[in-house]
Design a protein around this ligand. Sequence first.
Ligand code: ADP
Ligand code: MG
Length: 279
Amino acid sequence: MKPDDLFGQVYTLGPRLGAGAFSVVHKCLNKRDGREYAVKIVDKNALVREDRDALDNEIMIMNEISHPNIVQLAEVYRESNIYYLVMELARGGELFERIVERTCYTEDCARELLRLLIVTVQYLHRSSIVHRDLKPENLLLVSEGDDCFIKIADFGFAEHISELDCCNAACGTPQYVSPEILQGRHYTATVDIWSIGVIAFVLMGGYPPFYDREKTELFRKIIRGEFEFLSPFWDHISDDAKDFICCMLVVNPERRHNAAQLLEHRWVQETLSAQSNVH
Ligand code: ADP
Ligand code: MG
């Protein structure tokens, strides 16, 4: 990229892939290398000061990380007030859509996906970065034909561990947010583990562990860690899988497993071959 290149000179804009609160994401084609990318387009004028800072933070953090299971930022164009974040394209869409299509995942497939997710989050935490908005809308599948190979996207709420602000309670998405964030208490990287616990529950159970139409009631359930493995949804799921989820959905963040402990869990360690020999 030359310093005075415009996004439109280098890329042809393609169809829309998705949208968030302040952004729209499109597919695009690089006219020079002939490769397809995704571009997140943000109108900086529409953002309040805090959100502008968050956008700069998102770019800074994405520039620091490089991992096969994290969407890679390729380049950024800043044109008057429009920002173009050109990223690696994930062709399989959101995990959210895949869950809706499939209703729920088999244990084997959930295990593979969650192991990848935890290994990747361990990389982030070791790099002193907390994602803070892990949920199926922000986990992208690499291809249509594979249900398990995910990439983490959307670093809009990510932060360096040293900069975590205990009063910043507004971040994250209600159903996936940890009790300590909701309560405005001091928190650490384990907030991501709570979110993975919710994701794991949704993947295997096909419904969210914490749900209520009333926000205050939803928050109350989360703060108390009130969830159930309801019949018949969980009847065919192993006790090890349920125990694995229970190691993450622990209200006290000090008792919640970290990534390394989760990777040692019996359910994660269970090999696919041992499973497939059964039938
Ligand atoms: P926001 O911060 O506004 O939520 P995201 O970064 O989550 O924005 O992007 C919004 C949506 O756009 C995602 O949920 C996904 O559907 C789509 N998307 C984002 N990045 C990519 C990508 N690299 N490849 C394919 N789709 C993407
Ligand atoms: Mg998002």
